[in-house]
Every structure is written in C-alpha cells, then in structure tokens.
Design a protein around this ligand. Sequence first.
Ligand code: C2E
Ligand code: CA
Ligand code: CA
Ligand code: CA
Length: 278
Amino acid sequence: LFLLGGGIGVLFIAMHRLFDQRRMSLHSMVEQGLVNKEFIPYYQPIVNVTSQSLYGCEMLARWKRPGQELISPMEFIPYVEKSGQILPITEQLIKKAIDEIGKLNWQNTKQIISINVVPEQLESIEIIDRSLDLLRSSKLEATQLAFEVTERKPFNNLTMAFDVIEYLRDKGIDVKLDDAGTGYGGFSYIQELNIRSIKIDKMFVENIGTSDIKLSLLDSIIAFGKQAGMEMIAEGVETKEQSEYLAEQGVYLQQGYYFGRPMVFRDFAYFCKGIAPN
Ligand code: C2E
Ligand code: CA
Ligand code: CA
Ligand code: CA
C-alpha cells in the first residue's frame, strides 16, 4: 500500500510538472505576443435599426501568431483572464483601437466604441485614466468610449467598482452589463452598481421563432429592461426575423452577423461608408 501510494505520488508530481510546463509555455507565448503586438482589435458594427444608422462598434480581440491561423478569444481569453495577462492585452488593444477608430471622424457623429473588460479593470482607475489620456490625443471624445463587463469573474470590491463606475458616468462613459440573462450577466449588479445598459446575450436571440422557454426569458428580460429604463443592445442577431422581432419589442440597437461580422479596421472603415452615421 505504501509503495502504491508512493507510485501515485510520483505520477502526480510528474503530471503536475507537465501541466505546469504547458502553463509556463502558454504564459510565455502570450508574453511574446505582447512584445510582438500579436493581439489585434476586430470591430463589429452595432446598428440602430429604427434610424438605419450606425450606433458604434464592439471591439473583439483576436490573436495572430506568425504563420498561424487567427486564434479566437474563446481560446485564449479565459486563460489570460486567470493569468492576469488580460490587463496588458486590453491596454494594447485599446491603444490600437483608439488610434484606428480615431481615423473615422466620429467626433461629429458621436458613435461609440465599446470595449470588453474584466471586473478587476473596473476596480481601479488605472486603465480608465490611461484610456482617457489616449482619447485626449485622438479625435474621439470620452463620451464615445464604453465598457462591457460580465460576471465571468466576480467583482472583489463592489464599493470600489461602484465608485469607478460613477467616475466614468461623470465623464459620460457608459458601462454595459454584458451577456445579460446568462449566469454571467448578473442582474444583481445592475442594482448594486447602478448600471444603465444591458447587452442581451445571443442565447436568447437564437430562440426567436421557436417556442423554446428561452423565448419567454427573452421577453422577460426586455420587459425588465423597459421598465427599468435601460438601454438595450441585442447581440447575435443573424436573421431578418430576429431583427424584426426585437425591433417590435423595442430593442432597436442590434449587433450580429445579419449586419456584419467582427472585422479588421480596413473592412470596418469600408462598412462605415455604406451606412448612415448615428
Ligand atoms: P461577447 O462579449 O459576448 O461578444 C460577442 C461574441 O459573439 C463575439 O465572439 C462575436 O464574434 C460573436 N457574435 C457576434 N454576432 C454573432 C452572431 O450573429 N452569431 C454568432 N453565432 N456569434 C456572434 P468572439 O469575438 O469570439 O468573442 C468571444 C468572447 O470573448 C466575447 O463574448 C468576450 O466575452 C470575450 N472577449 C473578446 N475580446 C475580449 C477582450 O478584449 N477582453 C475581454 N475581457 N474579453 C474579450
Ligand atoms: Ca461583449
Ligand atoms: Ca456580449
Ligand atoms: Ca455573449
């Protein structure tokens, strides 16, 4: 028994080492990616279907390693959120995005660029002050920046987050609750953090046209949003039918493949030429 225990122990240590090595190498791959600026912002349009105009865009991260296919954020964001490397990655992306979107002359038309952040980033004003600095040297105004946050990782310091979100509101920067209605888009935060905008997750939008229980969930989220006077953006809109249903329910800010996929800046700039400004 003793020997068996020892054997398992050795096996455990060996496996642990292997796991650790993998983690180390992913960690250093990301570090290298930061140095080589391999993280690139993609932009997906958000459309106002009532006025047929552009509300703005969401910035979505992609990772381009030399000689490799584009890596989706689903593959690396969960890891870098844990490792803490999401902080420098976001910073690099914001810098690039403000630089690129600044070229679109949005200063008169007031479209918004919306950035995904983790709760931690709303618990200090570091990234915010840095973003504000970047905005000052661009043509964009502070009011044209927005942040999206989910509950994928919890807030550690709600009091601090509340203060930061108030500080942002003072500057005209909106914080949106992402993935609203899923386990991650926690409705308790709406009240606790005084959040005024929600992004309705695509898992609800998908069910439009079916009799799925999620359709009644969608209806209740919309009813709640209206009652509370929330700004609502629906994500994952892929069909005309979904878009029309949402618009009938009063959700006229929409995002999804039906309008445009996330794209590189050059393509997004081209897309913007084909649609009325806000
Ligand atoms: P999300 O914030 O909920 O972003 C929406 C996701 O839905 C994006 O996936 C987008 O490409 C996808 N999408 C948009 N329209 C449609 C549609 O009509 N149909 C379908 N099937 N999908 C659609 P993506 O780009 O793969 O990003 C996945 C997630 O990774 C994001 O979900 C977000 O939570 C996270 N993420 C991406 N970039 C960043 C970032 O810079 N920072 C952080 N913290 N998270 C990020
Ligand atoms: Ca988002
Ligand atoms: Ca979302
Ligand atoms: Ca989502």
